[in-house]
Ligand binder design. Structure first.
Ligand code: C2E
Ligand code: CA
Ligand code: CA
Ligand code: CA
Length: 279
């Protein structure tokens, strides 16, 4: 979303190049899938660039259609956002991820952190904090400091002041907040300084430039010190190669996530993967 003139908001949702008929079809399918438990979560590890230790996982939503094919989230999330279904869907994701984190903790990974994506639509619901509190209350085995909410700059459409206040409310519960996909879209640097985030996630598009001479490569390198200057931890997303990891390590980037380390996995697979990691 982009703030237009006179405080208007314009939405740019490339995934919705799909016409309205296609959107309606997707939305019906998504409702059915939600009602029939055909949605599930996969978890992708986040590792320390200094020690290699697995510090957290990010929950990512998956939809297996009736014909067995996977519908990518980049296609159905925008549809869910436009229809408002994302609110209930997002609540389910949050509660399921917290429940699974409880299981991971019980299996001996007691310090593992869980990152959950929160859509701007969801974050701006008047009862968002109630939903968060209830999810935490229903999962008493999980300490709130092990939960992190990932929000994108599109929350800015809610209004900077309100977003900052909401973030502080979240943090007062010891829950952390990360700025997701940093460097994409229409971000301005000044908004970053207004948001009290704990972590900055550098978008994969920038990570891809790191070991090249292409335009943007130098900017990509500056995001790590930028985040640190603003008092945030910095995590690189979509790290695929050793060369990218090395550059990030030299830059002092704290953590990385990407195929170089592991793909997103269902909970049982994640558990055996974690058990194979060196202590
Ligand atoms: P995201 O939050 O930026 O998630 C990271 C995406 O990068 C994931 O795509 C992940 O599978 C992919 N990825 C991770 N490592 C690599 C890598 O090394 N190389 C490449 N090429 N890709 C990598 P995924 O799972 O398809 O999700 C796409 C987007 O859908 C997410 O982007 C997020 O914006 C949205 N999404 C997924 N689950 C949820 C959810 O539960 N709630 C909300 N609101 N959005 C979600
Ligand atoms: Ca994310
Ligand atoms: Ca991201
Ligand atoms: Ca993304």
């Amino acid at each position: 979303a982009k703030a237009g003139g006179q405080g208007r908001i314009e939405y740019f949702t490339p995934a919705l190049g799909a016409d309205s008929k296609e959107r309606t079809r997707l939305l019906h399918g998504l409702h059915r899938a939600f009602d029939h438990d055909r949605l599930f979560l996969v978890y992708q590890p986040q590792v320390s660039l200094t020690t290699g230790e697995v510090l957290g996982v990010e929950a990512l939503l998956r939809w297996r259609a009736e014909d067995g094919t996977m519908v990518p989230p980049d296609r159905f999330i925008p549809v869910a956002e436009r229809s408002g279904l994302i609110v209930n869907l997002g609540t389910w994701v949050l509660r399921t991820a917290l429940y699974d984190l409880g299981r991971l903790h019980a299996q001996g990974f007691a310090r593992l952190r869980m990152a959950v994506n929160v859509s701007a639509v969801q974050f701006s619901q008047p009862d968002f904090l109630d939903i968060l509190d209830e999810a935490l209350r229903d999962n008493p085995r999980v300490a709130p400091e092990r939960l992190e909410l990932e929000i994108t700059e599109s929350v800015a459409m809610v209004g900077m002041e309100r977003v900052a206040a909401l973030m502080r409310e979240v943090q007062s519960r010891q829950v952390a907040v990360a700025i997701d996909d940093f460097g994409t879209g229409f971000s301005s640097l000044s908004y970053l300084d207004c948001l009290p985030a704990d972590r900055l996630k550098i978008d994969r598009a920038f990570i891809n430039l790191l070991d090249t001479e292409r335009p943007g490569a130098r900017i990509a390198r500056m995001i790590v010190p930028l985040g640190h200057q603003l008092g945030m931890k910095v995590l690189a997303e979509g790290v695929e190669t050793e060369s990218q990891a090395n550059i990030l390590r030299e830059l002092g980037c704290d953590e990385a996530q990407g195929y170089r380390y592991a793909r997103p996995m269902p909970l049982d697979e994640l558990l055996s993967w974690l058990q194979q990691q060196p202590p």
